[in-house]
Design a protein. Structure first.
Length: 223
């Protein structure tokens, strides 16, 4: 199925959604991108729901839903008889559930909104909380997502990404550190960041430790 055919399919599916469930979804997009799962091999993120704006109790929340054509296409290559319509419908309704859940859990919205602000500060080279990413979306143990960026916690140089093992030079890096990874075989939409957290000490209550930020080249580890 081509990208344009998939977009037409999603438009047809959108017409089948009852209006009350779609209320507040201001954008429904199809992106050509392929988004690998940060942990599991041969698994891809098919869609996502991102809260855009809200006030008060969250009942007026507006969200954007994106379906990733490249991810669907990657799975279709792996699975003979891949049912594009069923997979697209399941993904679309799954992301709509996320939208409704965001409306119902205001505390989680506030935490995510704060994490997004902190991540923006990180991109701008401003001061930010070294544990902000934990208030984002938890993808797996020690793996979090804020906007398009994925954060992987580690205590050493080795880490797992999309089923493959990698190593980065960390011997001269002082935690807390945010290391943007370059050279991954399957890159996310945004940054893939290896986080080396700092164990908090009593003095950290009065003085925040300096945060290391740098781009590092990854080295694949072959079994």
């Amino acid at each position: 199925m081509t990208l344009e055919d998939f977009r037409a399919l999603v438009r047809r599916l959108q017409h089948e959604i009852p209006a009350q469930f779609e209320s507040g979804v201001t954008e429904l997009e199809v992106s050509p991108k392929t988004v690998p799962d940060p942990v599991h091999p041969d698994v891809y993120t098919l869609g996502e729901c991102t809260p855009l704006s809200w006030t008060g109790d969250g009942s007026d929340l507006q969200s954007r839903i994106v379906l990733f054509y490249g991810s669907f296409h990657a799975l279709a290559r792996q699975r003979p008889g891949f049912d594009w319509r069923t997979e697209a419908w399941d993904t679309l309704t799954h992301e709509l559930r996320h939208h409704l859940e965001f409306r119902a859990h205001v505390d989680a919205l506030e935490a995510y909104d704060w994490a997004a602000e902190q991540n923006f500060a990180r991109h701008e080279g401003q001061t930010f909380d070294p544990f902000f990413y934990r208030s984002g979306e938890r993808v797996a143990d020690g793996v979090f997502k804020v906007d398009d960026d994925v954060f992987v916690e580690a205590n050493g140089p080795d880490f797992l990404w999309h089923g493959k093992r990698y190593r980065v030079p960390v011997s001269q890096v002082r935690p807390p550190a945010f290391l943007t990874l370059d050279g991954l075989a399957d890159e996310p939409q945004g940054d893939a960041v290896l986080v080396l957290p700092k164990r908090l000490a009593l003095r950290d209550l009065w003085r925040r430790a300096a945060i290391t930020q740098q781009v590092v080249q990854v080295q694949p580890l072959h079994a």
